[in-house]
Design a protein around this ligand. Structure first.
Ligand SMILES: [Zn+2]
Ligand SMILES: [Zn+2]
Length: 350
């Protein structure tokens, strides 16, 4: 049986990065989405909000005040989940009650002084400043001998629990490898041992050849809906060159990263003509001083929307108890994202 025959029936697909399966039920959506859009009027946001704790010059918690920044602005989270001065301790009983202290740092990165901009609507030079700030944070936090992993991410939209509309991301750095990175690292290592190339290098060659899941590209990056996507419009952003962290990107690649991020977020916003919510984040090599030629830099976009600006996918029932499940296939999702206009709908009303 060839793939298209198999793919028209219920089937499962393997995520080689995590070793986990996703159930795909394409028969449940013969006509999943007819192109209708349920436009949500853009929130009336101001370039500066006097009540926003991220806007330049405004007060923050604990009587701190933001500088009148003009580019990006990074600071230690006032309510950090991780602290650098955490005392070392370990607890173990019966091999069942196990706990360890965890030191780290949580940073907040304001992408722009403008309260009303999102990545999709920032200029490329402005987005490049964000990329440069990520590189700096990765290098500075990673240089701390107690930091083994630096997780850069953005939660966008109230639906994802983002409490403030001001464009910003977070950087959490900690002592031990978080679960997701740990799984991916194991799989990357096994692949590299056998093939001598990174898992995502080989996967990217396959996808570029097939094209059916590719959304958009530039000279240095490819955005695609991964074969094993769980969220309806989940995408994976892969660097064409096998590098293990943002800090290995050269000048032109950093600008290309800004470009592909703008392409990605613009396509998302245009899909349902809304400010598309998502969790986005980079996976990079550990920063424990080791060499990780097997690890390949990439970013995941996990958006929760299913059919419109207001209809969200729920991960409940079978998903919580058994395994993730999706109806719309990765191939169909990629086609939708590929076919939306590449120019932002707020810049060129349709
Ligand atoms: Zn603001
Ligand atoms: Zn990853």
């Amino acid at each position: 049986m060839n793939f298209s025959d198999l793919a028209s029936h219920p089937h499962r697909r393997l995520n080689p990065l995590t070793g986990e399966w996703v159930l795909v039920s394409p028969q449940r959506t013969q006509r999943p989405w007819q192109g209708q859009v349920e436009s949500v009027p853009p929130e009336a946001t101001l370039a500066y909000d006097p009540t926003c704790y991220l806007c330049p010059g405004n007060p923050r918690a604990q009587s701190k005040t933001n500088p009148r920044y003009t580019g990006t602005f990074v600071f230690d989270n006032d309510f950090a989940a991780l602290k650098p001065d955490t005392p070392e301790a370990e607890f173990q009983e019966h091999g069942l009650l196990i706990a360890r202290s965890e030191a780290g740092r949580c940073r907040v990165l304001c992408f722009s002084p403008r309260h009303d901009l999102t990545m999709a609507r920032m200029s490329l030079p402005e987005l490049r400043l964000v990329v440069d700030a990520w590189v700096r944070e990765f290098e500075e936090l990673g240089a701390d001998p107690r930091i083994a992993a630096v997780q850069i991410f953005e939660n966008r939209g109230a639906i994802m629990g983002s409490s403030n509309a001001h464009p910003h991301g977070q950087i959490w750095a900690n002592e031990t490898l978080p679960n997701e990175l740990s799984k991916e690292l194991d799989a990357s290592r096994s692949h590299f041992k056998i093939h001598g190339t990174t898992l995502l290098h080989d996967y990217l060659q396959l996808e570029v050849q097939k094209q059916e899941r590719v959304v958009c590209t530039n000279d240095h990056f490819v955005l695609l809906v991964p074969f094993w996507a769980v969220w309806p419009f989940e995408t994976l952003l892969i660097s064409r060159r096998s590098v293990s962290s943002l800090s290995e990107l050269h000048d032109e690649e950093r600008s290309a990263l800004a470009d592909i991020l703008r392409q990605a977020t613009t396509r998302y916003d245009n899909l349902f003509r809304t400010s598309f919510p998502y969790t986005m984040g980079f996976h990079q090599r550990p920063t424990d001083g080791g060499k990780y030629p097997e690890f390949h830099l990439h970013a995941h976009f996990y958006p929760p929307l299913l059919r419109s600006a207001t209809v969200k996918k729920f991960m409940v029932g079978y998903e919580m108890l058994a395994m993730p499940q999706r109806d719309i296939t990765a191939e169909v999702a990629a086609e939708y994202l590929r076919n939306v206009p590449p120019k932002h709908h707020l810049d060129s009303p349709l």
